[in-house]
Design a protein around this ligand. Structure first.
Ligand SMILES: [Ca+2]
Ligand SMILES: [Ca+2]
Length: 291
């Protein structure tokens, strides 16, 4: 891509970003989404759905609504595919979910791949790619091409949905009471597997943080024997769960807190993508007052 062209494109992008700064679709966008959009159910198993379309340019919507419903939080993953250089805005039920900038750091010929995992990889190239976590429930994703620097009127995009574990504080106990008097006390939590979630896909090479204090597990899960011991079906639903133990004093949980959040990462070949969070409600027993 020529530098002058890139400069004009970024100017257009800046201008259009300004127009949609509220994160809302314009009325004409909404009319488009309400129009002839074909519903495509998105599988909840991380497989990529690829759409290569002549959509004109730009901006222009792909004529699809990618839909799914899930009891778990889901990572919506999107990547440019085939010739690099396109950029996209991604919507959920008509609300802007995220924007993906096009890379400009390649020569006159954009690199090409038909492998979404390669295009999604942060290290391999300039394909626009990004993900966002959406909450449990029903979702309807639409994608708008914002720029296609190759000058062609067709664009290729790949999208996949990756459910992530739910958090269960104190497995087997519905009250989730956390006794802050027990400073050295241990809090057991579980990441719950399900029909759609394999907890062994949680990447234990990356931090498994619990709470605002960023506590890390007491046990060394990089030891395969220790890791194996922490894979249990705590709620007896037939799906393996990952049990984790933390020092309460390191979690940052304070008196009156009503929830606690876990942060970890799902496995992705060669990528630092697919971080996720999950939360559970808690009730605290106050620490002893110092007189
Ligand atoms: Ca519980
Ligand atoms: Ca289970």
């Amino acid at each position: 891509m020529k530098r002058g062209f890139a400069a004009i494109l970024s100017l257009i992008l800046v201008l259009s970003l300004g127009a949609a700064a509220s994160g809302q679709m314009t009325e004409s966008d909404k009319a488009e989404v309400g129009g002839d959009f074909t519903e495509v159910p998105l599988p909840l198993d991380c497989t990529w759905v690829i759409k290569d379309e002549v959509i004109g340019c730009c901006p222009a919507f792909f004529p699809y609504r990618f839909t799914f419903e899930c009891e778990e939080p889901v990572l919506v993953r999107v990547t440019d595919l085939f010739a690099a250089g396109d950029s996209y805005w991604v919507y959920d039920h008509g609300e802007l979910l995220f924007t993906m900038d096009n890379a400009t750091d390649y020569g006159p010929t954009p690199p090409w791949t038909d492998d979404p995992d390669t295009a999604y990889d942060l290290k391999t190239g300039p394909w626009a790619h990004l993900y966002r976590q959406v909450e449990p429930g029903e979702h309807s994703i639409t994608i708008k091409a914002m720029s296609m620097p190759t000058g062609l009127s067709n664009s290729t995009v790949a999208i996949s949905a990756r459910p992530v574990p739910r958090l269960d504080v104190r497995p087997g106990n519905a009250n989730n009471v956390i006794n802050l008097r027990a400073k050295g006390g241990v809090l057991t939590v579980a990441l719950l597997g399900s029909e759609h979630v394999d907890v062994t896909e949680v990447d234990i090479r990356f931090p498994l943080h619990l709470g605002a204090g960023g506590a890390t597990p007491i046990h060394n899960l990089s030891d395969p024997k220790v890791y194996e011991d922490h894979l249990q079906d705590v709620n007896r639903d037939g799906h393996t769960d990952l049990v984790l133990h933390y020092r309460i004093g390191q979690t940052g949980i304070k008196e009156g807190d009503t929830s606690v959040t876990f942060m970890g990462k799902m496995k992705v070949p060669n990528s630092i993508y697919d971080w996720f969070t999950c939360s559970d409600s808690i009730r605290t027993v106050p620490a002893k007052k110092v007189k």
